[in-house]
Write a protein that binds this ligand. Structure first.
Ligand code: CO
Length: 212
């Protein structure tokens, strides 16, 4: 892969502006007037995971939050603020957690080595491993075990989203239609909907609100 020089980025930017304007002369003017995205995408920071491109979304269509290993941590004010703003103010219709096979963060969480500060961030993936310990230990092939952990990690993040008052207040028992878990395969670029249904695990939710 050829890495563009720093100056090249600005040249690329000018070309991109020209190409966007050639498709739609009002493109930037319209975007400057406001946003009403349909989706909130929570994905890994990995440079190979391109949120907009992989699903054919243009500027203004998807609100995006990324962190290492696409984690939903209830004390992460950054993600929780993004979630609250996207769900309550922008009124997105869908919240997506997208993991990816070959995730270095997921792998590092369970490789038994010291990586410094990042181990603190990845800590909750060890908990995912503990929850699904028996299922994961039954998989002999390390690559397949990693892939399954990536999927189960996404599942846990979906459950965490569903256990927030933000999601519960907006969608209640219909949350399964609006909160989704995906896995992206770097090797061929295809997405898989993991079809996670929060109703499968009702005992996980201690609802923060009455009547749900
Ligand atoms: Co990753």
């Amino acid at each position: 892969m050829i890495t563009p020089s720093y100056e090249q980025l600005f040249e690329n930017n000018r070309r991109w502006v020209e190409s966007e304007l050639s498709l739609d002369p009002d493109h930037f003017e319209r975007l400057a007037a406001g946003q009403s995205p349909e989706y909130l995408f929570i994905g890994c920071s990995d440079s190979r995971v391109n949120a907009n491109e992989m699903v054919g979304m243009r500027s203004g269509q998807m609100f995006i939050h990324r962190n290492i290993a696409n984690l939903v941590v209830h004390t992460d004010m950054n993600l929780m603020s993004v979630l609250q703003f996207a769900v309550e103010v922008l009124e997105v219709q869908h919240v997506i957690v997208c993991g990816h096979y070959g995730c270095g963060g997921v792998a590092a969480a369970v490789d038994g080595s010291y990586h410094g500060l990042i181990d603190k961030w990845l800590r909750t993936i060890k908990d995912v491993y503990r929850i699904y310990h028996d299922e994961l230990e039954a998989i002999d092939d390390p690559e397949l075990r990693h892939q399954r952990l990536v999927e189960l990690n996404v599942r846990e993040q979906v459950y965490r989203l569903c256990s927030t008052s933000i999601v519960q207040r907006r969608w209640g028992s219909a949350m399964g239609d609006h909160v989704h878990g995906w896995a992206y395969d770097l090797r061929h670029g295809l997405l898989k909907d993991l079809e996670i249904d929060p109703a499968d695990e009702p005992a996980r939710y201690i609802y923060e609100l009455d009547g749900l």
